[in-house]
Design a protein around this ligand. Structure first.
Ligand SMILES: [Zn+2]
Length: 443
């Protein structure tokens, strides 16, 4: 027996298992798509938020799946079976008890870090402020300003003259513009969210859109010690997302411009970071471009339908050139039904005899237009427009006008400006091309 046969390379042994282990699902911290199983906790009841009132109620609590996977890129651990709707935040407060001395020291450290960065007369927002104790301490230690907490489950009457509490969810898309904060704080919130990276990137995008620059302070529980201790008690249902130093840093880097500080505290059981959210004009530009495109596409339907109605009212017959793919997309988006637009032709004999998806016109071969000429040929597929026009001319297909859609309206192929024209040189080149073709065919 040789060494080679007794110990096969590990990659060969593990490769069949890889199929069962690896799956593509987006990491809630970094967005990477490859994850492997990490901890199967079975089905367990809510651990901190249910507050059962009797032993019977406690025993009959709904069981929820704990299926934790780990991102291979950043090491983040998350429950792929988590459903935010199963967690009754609106009925019960999330009580985090710790009045210990070391915890108080941690809070002081964090408070001072934030205070150092506050400008005179700051606007400070805390997302998920609970009863506002931390914000209160911050307002007392920091400069005079606006200290505003958001938490739908904050008890009534927790506001003070220094701190304003809004008993509602913080919505980055509206509240950022409304308050234009200098500092945004979120402590022990992200681990509860379905998609913490999504939430933070929405916030960062809203900052770009509204041109708000702000400092960001985030704090979450840290699972770095889980690996050295092998403990599994961190993984219960309410905590969907478990940050390591790496995954927390990845999240910050993906939502902020400058990550100024990442630090663990309280015996490495929590991790916090300070970062700067800047304005990204390119993102705002891209969004504006998308919205303009959407508006134009919506307006196009009305404009083009009206134009076509006018042609039909004037007694013109219209043939649509193209019946599948992009052409079918145009026919369907404009609602060019078989009653008013029965004539659809295609250059491709393979498509002849089939029907336009959705509207049902029978697709005929282009030569049909020699037998049954149309006044107007509507080229429904811009990317082939030049070849279609060449084909029309080559086969002497009669027409009064050739139309195609450009920038939300129908343009005349020859008379109007558009980027799908046969240029003189291109036409010449095509001529030569076909001669070459003949030549080659002869050879
Ligand atoms: Zn990740």
């Amino acid at each position: 027996m040789t060494i080679q046969t007794s110990s096969r390379p590990e990659t060969v042994q593990s490769s069949p298992e890889l199929v069962d282990l690896v799956s593509a699902c987006p990491c809630p911290a970094c967005g990477h798509q490859v994850a492997v199983p990490f901890y199967e906790g079975g089905a367990q009841p809510l651990a901190t938020l249910a507050w059962p009132r009797s032993a019977e109620e406690a025993r009959s609590m709904k069981r929820l799946p704990l299926a934790f996977r780990r991102c291979v890129e950043c090491g983040h651990v998350y429950n792929t079976a988590f459903d935010y709707k199963e967690v009754p935040y609106s009925q019960n407060p999330n009580r985090m008890f710790n009045r210990g001395r070391l915890w108080q020291e941690h809070l002081c450290r964090v408070r001072n870090l934030i205070v150092e960065r506050l400008p005179p007369y700051p606007t400070v927002i805390e997302i998920g402020c609970g009863d506002g104790h931390f914000l209160q301490a911050l307002a007392q230690a920091g400069p005079a300003g606006y200290y505003i907490g958001f938490d739908p489950n904050s008890a009534a009457g927790t506001a003070t003259h220094q701190v304003e509490i809004h008993r509602t969810l913080f919505d980055p898309l509206t509240h950022l513009a409304e308050y234009r904060p200098d500092m945004i704080i979120s402590r022990h919130v992200l681990e509860h969210l379905m998609n913490p990276l999504g939430f933070m990137q929405l916030l960062a995008f809203a900052a770009s859109w509204h041109e708000v620059e702000a400092d960001l302070f985030l704090e979450v529980p840290c699972i770095d010690r889980v690996f050295e201790t092998g403990r599994t008690t961190d993984f219960y249902y309410e905590h969907n997302s478990h940050f390591t130093t790496t995954s927390f840093t990845h999240l910050l880097q993906r939502c902020a411009d400058v990550v100024e500080l990442v630090e663990r505290g309280y015996n490495d059981e929590v991790i916090y970071g300070l970062a700067r959210i800047g304005v990204h004009p390119a993102q705002a530009r891209c969004a504006r471009e998308a919205i303009a495109f959407r508006n134009q596409a919506l307006a196009m339907r009305t404009t083009i339908r009206q134009t076509l109605e006018q042609y039909i009212a004037a007694g013109k017959t219209i043939a649509i050139w193209g019946g599948t793919g992009k052409a079918a997309a145009l026919i369907n988006s404009l609602g060019l039904d078989a009653d008013r637009f029965p004539l659809v032709v295609d250059s491709d004999p393979e498509k002849v005899g089939t029907f336009v998806p959705g509207t049902g016109q029978e697709i005929r071969f282009r030569d049909h237009l020699l037998l049954q000429p149309a006044d107007i040929i509507l080229i429904a597929t811009q990317w082939r427009a030049q070849d279609i026009v060449l084909e029309i001319e080559q086969h002497h297909i009669p027409y009064q006008q050739i139309l195609l859609e450009y920038r939300g309206r129908l343009v005349d192929y020859f008379a109007d400006e558009h980027p799908y024209k046969l240029s003189a040189s291109r036409a010449l080149c095509n001529e030569k091309g076909s001669h070459h073709g003949h030549h080659r065919n002869r050879v």
